[in-house]
Design a protein around this ligand. Structure first.
Ligand code: ADP
Ligand code: MG
Length: 562
């Protein structure tokens, strides 16, 4: 570290470029600092550093974190702790551009595997970014020295010395309990569990943080659907069990239907303590299905839902540069089935009406041979009985669904009530008069779907750059991939991982490229080699990224226009 100090002071006032010479590893009293990448100028993407602190200076016992869930919870916890330290520390370093900036990739509410923190049997490593200080294009050597040799080590030492032991313990216990609930879902043939007293609503439409407790109505299961789970921690929780099959959530507008469904859809991830949805756990393969008009579709068999398009266009191998609401929703389902989802989540708010319903009167006026769409209402039971795919549907606008739902809930003032019996009775008394429109049982095409690797390769620029922009965009060369409607993509670091994964798949997959196989291969490798291995800089600061699900990777690839 002393060597670095001297070097930085010597560099004071010199041209910024000269900073490149400090790349390397430096041992301090307690930590080792790795300067892996130095930015080209004070405005460029910040420099990448790692700070490693051996377990001789921590009270962490690596053997406590051998299970993957525990390790992920630990990394999440320390990334947040480090972020807290960064916010609290007095940092007066400033200058041109990003001078003095220090950050770690801070997790959201969802606990997902990420690169920000890394633990080995020997110690724990924090991956940070910092803006090395300059005035204009001249190095501020003294300030750079303070930042790198004093401030950074201090922040990391504080993080591992002053963290709340009790909170970490609780986070690990929670992770273990959540894992248990996931296993329990499988054992009991359930698709989702929502614990009593969960806080489902969020602070605002754009915040994932919980609504303040004084404003939120805590969740309470209908008595009939309540189960008790004994968790490994010794805790017993009660809550609502949603079974496999077709579940309908209905109720008046503004009574909390969409909020419940959104909590269920995020339940594919574990949530951190204090989120309100810690014990809302959903089948990990669940996917939110919505309409997405304007999206591109390439070679998808949407024939279970759409047939006999005008001018005889085939729907068994359907492509479009600009899909309609209903065809996009059909494609979203078929692509998710390809990736082995077993639970579809659909909200009327974000669905194409003509995809969801077609009532008796409309059937009379527009004859079946003039309507390409087989509405979801005629497929939803079939999907479950033939393919084992469950659905949870939010529908307040059509009682026709009473006929095809196995269980019917009604939301009233943010609480669910089991109204299956009443609704089924109504369905008997008040017949819909509609005729079911299925001509063939639900079928997906047997052969694997191939991706045109050559065409994807042509999207690359000379540097073969694939970049993420925020949560919703990936740029391949000049082409933007729009991920706005992937509602279960929750953190921009996942999008960053998607960018790396897409590049990897375009470059390194075998040809011909079968989408599902390529994705499965990639995830299998990551499981063995860790997520760092996605980065071209593995072994150094790998960049800030977090693991997305296979479903979102497939969805991203399916949205690349070429
Ligand atoms: P719906 O889909 O039935 O029309 P929403 O789920 O959109 O209703 O909820 C309407 C409003 O009520 C939203 O602003 C939401 O944040 C709020 N809300 C939902 N559930 C709760 C709850 N349990 N406690 C307090 N407010 C809630
Ligand atoms: Mg709604």
């Amino acid at each position: 570290m002393e060597h670095l100090s001297k070097q930085l002071i010597k560099l004071d006032g010199k041209s910024y470029r000269a900073l490149k010479s400090i790349q390397g590893a430096y041992d301090g009293d307690m930590v080792t600092l790795f300067i892996d990448y130095v930015q080209g100028d004070p405005f460029a993407a910040p420099s990448r550093v790692r700070v490693f602190i051996p377990h001789t200076h921590t009270d962490l016992n690596p053997s406590d974190y051998v299970k993957p869930d525990q390790m992920i919870a630990l990394k999440h916890f320390f990334a947040k702790e480090c972020h807290k330290q960064l916010q609290n520390v007095k940092n007066t370093i400033s200058g041109t551009g990003k001078s003095g900036l220090i950050f770690i990739d801070v997790p959201g509410q969802e606990v997902i595997d990420r690169t920000a923190v890394f633990m080995t049997p020997k110690g724990i490593e924090f991956r940070l970014s910092c803006g090395l200080p300059a005035q204009g294009r001249r190095i501020l050597g003294h300030q750079a020295n303070t930042l790198l040799t004093s401030l950074l080590p201090k922040i990391i030492i504080n993080t591992v010395k002053n963290y709340d032991r009790e909170s970490l313990k609780k986070a690990l216990i929670l992770a273990n309990d959540q894992k248990h609930i996931r296993l329990e879902l499988k054992k009991r043939q359930l698709v989702s569990f929502i614990a009593n007293n969960s806080i489902l609503p969020r602070k605002t439409g754009v915040s994932h943080k919980p609504m303040l407790t004084q404003d939120a109505v805590p969740f309470e299961s209908p008595a009939k659907d309540e189960i008790i789970l004994k968790l490994p921690s010794g805790k017993q929780i009660r809550g609502m069990a949603i079974k496999k099959g077709v579940t309908l959530i209905t109720g008046g507008g503004y009574h909390g239907k969409s909020t419940l469904l959104q909590a269920i859809e995020k339940g594919v991830y574990n949530h951190e303590i204090g989120d309100g949805r810690e014990y809302v756990i959903t089948d990990e393969s669940a996917i939110k299905i919505r309409s997405e008009d304007g999206r591109m579709i390439k070679h998808v068999n949407i024939s279970p839902f759409i047939n006999d398009l005008p001018f005889g266009k085939t729907t068994e191998d359907f492509s479009s540069q600009n899909a309609s609401g209903s065809t996009s929703q059909a494609a979203n389902i078929m692509e998710a089935l390809e990736m082995d989802t077993t639970l579809l989540l659909i909200d009327e708010d974000t669905s194409a009406t003509n995809f969801m319903i077609r009532d008796a009167r409309m059937q009379q006026l527009v004859r079946k041979d003039k309507e390409p769409i087989t509405p979801f209402i005629d497929r939803v039971q079939d999907l479950y009985t033939e393919k084992g795919i469950s659905s949870i549907l939010v529908i307040g606008g059509s009682g026709d669904y009473f006929d095809v739902a196995d269980v019917i809930y009604m939301m009233e003032e943010y609480q669910p009530f089991n109204k299956t019996r009443e609704a089924k009775k109504i369905a008997q008394d008040l017949l819909t008069q509609r005729t079911a429109e299925i001509s063939k049982p639900f079928q997906t095409l047997k052969q694997k779907r191939m991706i045109d690797k050559r065409r994807l390769f042509q999207l690359f620029d000379k540097k073969e750059k694939v970049e993420s922009k925020g949560l919703h965009n990936i740029k391949i060369g000049k082409t933007i991939v729009d991920l706005t409607y992937l509602e279960q993509l929750v953190h921009q670091s996942q999008t960053q991982a998607l960018a790396l994964m897409i590049k990897r798949i375009i470059k390194h997959s075998k040809e011909p490229l079968a989408l599902k196989e390529a994705i499965n291969d990639l995830y299998e490798k990551l499981e063995h080699q860790g997520i760092d291995s996605l980065s071209p800089f593995a072994g150094q600061h790998p960049g800030d990224f977090a693991l997305p699900r296979k479903l979102e990777l497939a969805a991203a690839i399916n949205r690349i226009r070429h």
